[in-house]
Ligand binder design. Structure first.
Ligand code: ZN
Length: 376
């Protein structure tokens, strides 16, 4: 299945500018002025208090003409259409999405429909959504709907690390779950077209490796710093790994089974409250099982996941009594035509994915029993 169109060009894409630091919102006008003076800003009510209001004040002080509208909470096509009409009515120059993955994915889609640039200000380091030229859309009920692709990446990604340091550490951990998948997935699809439609370049492979290196080196330390709301070098490094490296790595490197299994998991209603990266973390272990990784390798990843409280068993996912027929449905969805699992350069069957998911839970339980691991 990989590369059915026999693509021979390599392709790498990225945002035009990535800015990260503890006063980024205060200095936002300096970086956003190049996109125009009339932005449409969207964020949810909670994020408005955390960052939205401060951003609007900073921009209005610099004479921007801001249109603000509250995000309704789900990245659906109806919400995108609603914000697009507003942006059109107000003739905005660009769209700013402030918040988590769903707000960001919606803002990117709105900007694409309006054919204006987008600027992304993530308030958590929970996903790799900020840098990419694609969005994941959901149904109004919260199930995975589709990937949508845009002509360009966000023009500016502005990450205020003092805001992220105040977010609950669970978000940072989820971002690490998403980021740790980057290298595991990208190294299996070096001959399959990436999300830009070309083959991965050497640098996308290197980005995935660097991302993993940072997580193993600083993940736990950053998680603890986040609990203390301290912007330390370790936290800065992990924020960059979760946001920039994971974003560039997955988009130009490629996704494989971990994300396909995540998408399959959205079929189980009891998992809807989990964050994207929490399910991707489990999917990553399942992928490692699927590709016959040695126990030593599994242990290394499972130990990392547990060090930042990411789930590695069905019980930790909150589905201790999940039935085989539910897991078969997850496997069936993971193997849907067009899913990223087909980027892997090996034969995959629904039955093998079903077994790998059960094998991941078994490996997680075994690690915990064997090492006596306990949540601190
Ligand atoms: Zn992801």
């Amino acid at each position: 299945m990989p590369n059915p169109k026999r693509i021979t060009e390599k392709l790498f894409q990225s945002p035009s500018k990535y800015i990260q630091g503890p006063s980024a919102i205060q200095n936002a006008a300096k970086y956003l002025g190049q996109l125009g003076k009339a932005p449409l800003i969207t964020c949810d009510a909670l994020v408005y208090g955390i960052a939205g209001q401060a951003l609007i004040e900073a921009l209005e002080k610099a004479n921007f003409n801001v249109t603000y509208n509250q995000f309704n909470g789900e990245a659906t096509s109806q919400e995108i259409d609603r914000l697009q009409s507003l942006g059109k009515e107000r003739s905005v120059d660009f769209v700013i999405g402030v918040g988590g993955g769903k707000t960001i994915d919606t803002a990117k889609a709105v900007a694409d429909k309006l054919q204006v640039p987008s600027a992304i200000l993530p308030t958590t380091a929970s996903t790799d959504a900020p840098c990419s030229a694609l969005s994941v859309l959901y149904t109004a009920e919260g199930a995975f709907d589709q990937y949508t692709f845009f002509n360009s990446n966000p023009s500016v990604v502005l990450v205020d690390t003092s805001v992220i340091a105040k977010a609950p550490p669970r978000f940072l951990a989820a971002g690490m779950g998403d980021a740790v998948a980057t290298n595991v997935e990208a190294r299996l699809c070096t001959h399959s077209p990436n999300f830009g439609g070309g083959l991965p370049t050497e640098v996308s492979v290197a980005i995935g490796e660097k991302c993993e290196e940072i997580l193993f080196k600083y993940g736990r330390q950053a998680y603890e710093a986040n609990k203390a709301h301290a912007v330390t070098p370790a936290l800065e490094a992990v924020i960059e790994a979760n946001t920039l490296l994971s974003g560039l790595g997955f988009e130009s490197g490629g996704l494989a089974a971990a994300h396909a299994i995540h998408n399959g998991f959205t079929a189980i209603e009891e998992l809807h409250h989990l964050l994207h990266g929490e399910k991707v973390a489990f999917g990553t272990v399942a992928q490692l099982v699927l590709i016959s990784s040695p126990t030593e390798t599994l242990d290394r990843y499972i130990s990392f996941m547990l060090s930042v409280d990411l789930p590695v068993t069905f019980a930790q996912l909150g589905i201790p009594n999940v039935k085989d027929e539910e897991l078969r449905e997850v496997a069936r969805r993971s193997c849907a035509p067009g899913e990223t699992i087909w980027n892997m350069e090996r034969v995959v069957t629904e039955e093998a994915v079903f077994s790998a998911i059960k094998g991941a839970d078994a490996a997680g339980r075994d690690f915990i029993a064997r090492t006596g691991w306990k949540k601190v």
